[in-house]
Write a protein that binds this ligand. Structure first.
Ligand SMILES: [Zn+2]
Length: 134
């Protein structure tokens, strides 16, 4: 079976399943393919542009993912304290319960991040957004 995207003379789009392309031609010739929207028998295959469709889909998904990440990050930024370059120091203090537990964010070098991880300090990198690279 193959699926065709079909369009009638009034521009209604619908899908049809056919055992092969010859069966489609044959059924159209005999007026057996009918538009489900208006009953027209004047039906043809809709022009397809699969590569364009796929590209649009993936860039749309990418935009949605970026939106989700941006929201997540905004939430973190709003509910946390910016400790800037003291992130490692502050995260360590919170981990050792030397200060009140709170949400913080800030900058850490790769070395600092490594040693925090070794000490079992729980932290997460902020989501990276496309504009961060600008
Ligand atoms: Zn129609």
């Amino acid at each position: 079976m193959i699926r065709y995207q079909l369009v009638c003379a009034r521009d209604h789009e619908f899908e049809g399943w056919f055992s092969n392309s010859a069966a489609f031609d044959d059924q159209v010739k005999h007026g057996l393919v009918i538009c489900p929207h208006c009953g027209l028998q004047d039906v043809s295959k809709a022009p397809m542009a699969p590569s364009i469709a796929r590209r649009e889909t993936s860039s749309k998904n990418q935009r949605e993912i970026v939106e989700v990440l941006r929201e997540a990050r905004n939430h973190i930024l709003k509910s946390s304290e910016n400790v800037g370059d003291k992130f490692a120091e502050e995260a360590r203090k919170i981990h050792r319960e030397e200060v009140e537990p709170r949400s913080i964010y800030g900058n850490a070098t790769a070395d600092e991040a490594d040693s925090l991880q070794d000490e079992g300090v729980d932290f997460h990198p902020l989501p990276v957004l496309p504009e961060d690279h600008n």
